[in-house]
Ligand binder design. Structure first.
Ligand code: SAH
Length: 352
């Protein structure tokens, strides 16, 4: 297991020869613990309404420039069928924190997916109450994704304000999701203004402590209609301490996460592909990642789901997203995963 000082020194390493060693170690651990299969998850961005005011996200409630949409259950089912048609084992339903999706309506939709298909269902719907999360789990939802965004509590409070008198504590929520029997996924952004190398090392520590089954990391990408793209919005820290929001830094975090949480699922994220269109997702597959999430959202909606600008594949059809993912897996010399692609780490715990 890596020690903290080793993590910090890898994060600051820029020599390509030395980094080649990190990539190779991460790739080897990935191969040993999760194999060569790359699991595909069909991502459906079901609504871009959001009640929150996150300083980083283009969907924040006060951004009037967004055309808001909420997909109907029938439209979502069409995307689910497409994902199944492509042979995926999982659909991921993601949205802003949108109470226009009532808990019972979501439970009905989960039931419908489970009645009609054998797909695993992942939810990424923000900070809903324990009652709602339990209802969805009972309806058959398998997994929940909730990034804690950063381990630095002061920075977190600044960029992700609490709401309605309820303190936002995503670490506590992840523990409760775990107890409810969800396969839990989390992650953080890399290169948030005000985020230090120590903070990123803390993120990696937290991934291990939280016993996560999925860990997604992506570079922070400033969105011009958000406070965090403006100077002075974040605490200023010494320039030598500030983590850059580059693809290279993100890949170091992916590789170190793989070395730390060996049997977890790690996606090669869209944010990474957005910054490095030609090679981002393929490189991440060679540096620890084992999951791709092709976007199944109909293009007319997808255009409006602008959490950050110039999102990769924004004008692509689901068919194109699927073909691209297959080509990337081929380029990486890997195989398409079959079945649900549960994390071996989760399956081992469930068998106990
Ligand atoms: N409403 C849900 C889903 C949010 S979108 C939730 O809050 O959990 C999924 C992820 O996109 C977020 O967790 C965040 O890590 C990432 N994201 C949002 N804005 C971003 C930006 N400007 N740059 C990079 N990643 C961003």
């Amino acid at each position: 297991m890596l020690k903290r000082h080793e993590i910090l020194s890898w994060l600051r390493e820029n020599d390509p020869g030395r980094l080649a060693e990190l990539w190779q170690r991460a790739d080897e651990v990935r191969r040993q613990h999760v194999g060569d299969a790359v699991h595909l998850r069909g991502l459906i961005e079901i609504s871009n309404y959001c009640v929150r005011q996150c300083a980083y996200c283009g969907l924040r409630a006060s951004n009037d420039g967004v055309t808001r949409y909420r997909m109907h259950a029938d439209e979502i089912m069409d995307c689910v069928r497409l994902a199944r048609h492509f042979g995926y084992g999982t659909v991921v339903m993601q949205a802003g924190e949108d109470y226009g999706w009532s808990a019972p309506a979501m439970a009905d939709l989960i039931h419908q997916i489970k009645d009609e298909t054998e797909l695993a269902v992942t939810l990424s719907l923000g900070e809903r109450s324990d009652e709602e999360l339990l209802l969805w789990r009972q309806a058959g939802a398998d997994r929940y994704l909730l990034r804690f965004e950063t381990s630095n509590r002061t920075l977190y409070e600044r960029i992700h304000p609490s709401r309605g008198g309820r303190v936002s504590d995503r670490l506590a929520m992840l523990r409760r999701l775990h107890e409810m029997g969800y396969e839990t996924g989390s992650g953080a952004m890399v290169g948030i203004p005000g985020q230090s190398y120590e903070d990123v090392a803390d993120d990696i520590d937290n991934y291990a402590d939280l016993d996560l089954h999925m860990i997604g990391v992506g570079p922070f990408i400033p969105h011009p209609d958000t406070p965090l793209s403006k100077p002075g919005a974040a605490p200023t820290i010494d320039a030598r301490q500030q983590v850059p929001n580059t693809p290279l830094m993100t890949m170091k975090v992916v590789a170190l996460t793989r070395l730390t949480c060996r049997a977890t699922n790690i996606p090669s994220t869209t944010a990474l592909a957005s910054l490095d269109r030609d090679g981002g997702r393929v490189s991440a597959l060679a540096r620890g990642a084992n999951v791709i999430m092709p976007n199944m959202t109909p293009p007319d909606y997808r255009r409006c789901y602008e959490i950050y600008p110039a999102k990769a594949c924004i004008y692509e059809t689901p068919e194109q997203a699927h073909a691209l993912a297959l080509a990337e897996i081929e380029r990486a010399g890997r195989q398409v995963g079959r079945g649900r692609g549960d994390s071996p780490h989760y399956l081992a715990a469930a068998a106990k």
